[in-house]
Design a protein. Structure first.
Length: 128
């Protein structure tokens, strides 16, 4: 788990990809006029990567774990918003299935990192 920078963290990379995908699906079609929806899903997606970055940069495993929980919650929020997108026909079923799977995988990846951090006997200290 010896990351040199937050960009090396798989969960952050997955969050970045989800953010790219969310921005892409909200640029065109009927969804592009639903400004409240766009704002909410984009903020949630960006929150995944930003909370991982901020938590890592805080310099303690305890803070990192706290921000990872927030990032994981944001991944859940994106998943929930995907149902709204599907129900309002902003996205089709294959797009929903792909993005939902990617969000769930990101959430599991973040959970694995949380467990790894919390299993360390000195998890309150700064990461190596």
């Amino acid at each position: 788990m010896g990351f040199r920078r937050f960009e090396d963290i798989l969960g952050w990379q997955m969050g970045r990809e989800l953010t790219r995908e969310v921005y892409a699906i909200t640029r065109e079609g009927a969804v592009s006029r639903d400004f409240g929806f766009i704002d909410q899903i984009r903020r949630a997606a960006v929150s995944i990567m930003n909370n991982i970055a901020e938590g890592y940069e805080r310099g303690s495993n305890r803070d990192f774990a706290k921000f990872l929980f927030i990032a994981r919650g944001s991944a859940g929020e994106v998943r929930s918003m995907l149902y709204v997108a599907l129900d309002h026909e902003y996205i089709d079923q294959p797009t929903f299935d792909r993005l939902h799977k990617d969000c769930a995988k990101c959430s599991r990846t973040i959970w694995g990192l949380i467990k790894a951090i919390k299993s360390k006997p000195n998890w309150q200290e700064a990461p190596v």
